[in-house]
Design a protein around this ligand. Sequence first.
Ligand code: B12
Ligand code: SF4
Ligand code: SF4
Length: 444
Amino acid sequence: MRIFSQKNRKLHLGKFPMEKIKRVQKTTTYISEEIPRVPKRANFFNRAAIGDLGPKAKHERSRFVSKIPFARSMGKVCKAHMEMHKGDVFETKVDLPGDPNERAEHFKALGYFLNADLVGICKIPDYAWYSHDTDGSEIEPRHKFAIVVLVDQGFETLDAASGDDWISNAQSFRAYMWGSNIACTVAEYIRQLGYEAQAHTNFDSDVLHIPLVMLAGLGELSRIGEVVLNPFLGPRFKSTVITTNLPLAVDKPIDFGLQDFCSKCMKCATECPCNAISFGEKVMFNGYEMWKPDVAKCTSYRVTNPKGGGCGRCMKMCPFNKEGLIAHRLGLWAAIKIPLLRGFLARLDNWLAFGKQNEAKKWWWDLEIVDKKITVPNKVNKRSVKRTSKKPPIERLGMYPVDTIPRPDRTETAPIDRKEGQRFYELGRRENSARKAKEKAGGE
Ligand code: B12
Ligand code: SF4
Ligand code: SF4
């Protein structure tokens, strides 16, 4: 719903007023100068497939998306796009407008024309390139610029869902599929203009999306952990990336007060069905700070979930996952502009039980593919709102930094060591407190 006329709004600005959000020189998440590159073997979906999370996760990993018929069909579309990720570059470089600003505006407007929800541009730091592919071969950081495209997972459908029922993976794939359409089209177009370009989608990506989404000024890293939150879409999006050597003007990171808001709100942590999200302080992980989630717990839960396919309940329950003028825009304005209100707004969201399932919006069928037959599952996750922000007395989270990752080409199982993971978590917590204390004392 648009209240005011958008007649004179330039198309590269998109539909959300991102130009009103404060821009900053550095991300609101601390990033040191020394970030190691990691191989695709580190990806916990890959680890589950190889058996590092045990036999049950290994078995279910092979079907956790394709067990939902609708998610499976979108997956097939994305798979068909894979041959378009890379491609030949036209021999003649087109004489494009010399100004990188004009070019950046062109590609943003193009993204919006193709139905992107948000588009940003950044330079790609080396660490955002995976170091090795799944076969162990090295990956070269080959392009300097990233066009980062965000696609909504769909507010109204998520409003009806529990976040971990029989639509969850299909919501992910809705966004992956549109993202794949956009990224493959834009990459091919850039190659026709005579410049190298590659699409990085959910089916194959040589880059890590989280740092790129932040650097392209599309959001701040949230308590959920490995999720960037945009003020208008909340955490409810998937990203897709086009890397290129075509020089483009870049965006700056944003600051809308999320680090402070998340320090006063625990809703994602309270509502996570497997306690994978931290109630505590940020930790240092591979040279940057974050609220690291326990990805072993999250991956196991998502792939083995017996009452649904996948999970995204943390996104669903976040107070920033809203739409509408009163519920969202006014609340958002207050959360950004009045820091003193943030704790109250977080409590109010809980008290008003925002995030409860809205049955009026349910449209999909609960269906599961078992042994190539479609069945109606007899179990479905239905959830209400916990309405508490109490930290559990004991919180056992593990994390798995670069030194714990199996060799890039290792195809045999390398079971994770949960005790060691918990030890690393404690070390990361201490490292971050020491860093902050030093910063406070005026050190580096
Ligand atoms: C594998 C994966 C998972 C796995 C395992 C993660 C893991 N660590 O192995 C699990 C199951 C946990 C998972 C869960 C979810 N995921 Co996920 N995931 C991925 C995926 C496909 C690959 C990441 C990877 O290879 N990790 C392995 C290594 C690299 O992990 P790592 O070293 O610990 O680094 C992680 C972070 O620390 C961060 N990171 C890496 N380098 C750097 C550097 C800096 C400076 C910083 C600040 C951060 C950072 O990114 C990595 C993300 O896993 C990415 C897509 C992508 N290509 O980036 C999506 C992605 C990160 N997931 C996404 C989402 C949305 C989710 C879920 C909400 C599920 C859902 N229904 O949508 C949950 C959220 C869980 C949580 N609490 O954070 C989105 C995030 C979009 C956003 N809003 O920011 C992504 C980008 C997918 C996409 N295309 O949009 N995911
Ligand atoms: S952290 Fe993982 S298991 Fe927990 S709510 Fe988010 S997606 Fe679900
Ligand atoms: S639920 Fe609360 S703590 Fe979690 S990401 Fe959203 S605002 Fe931050």
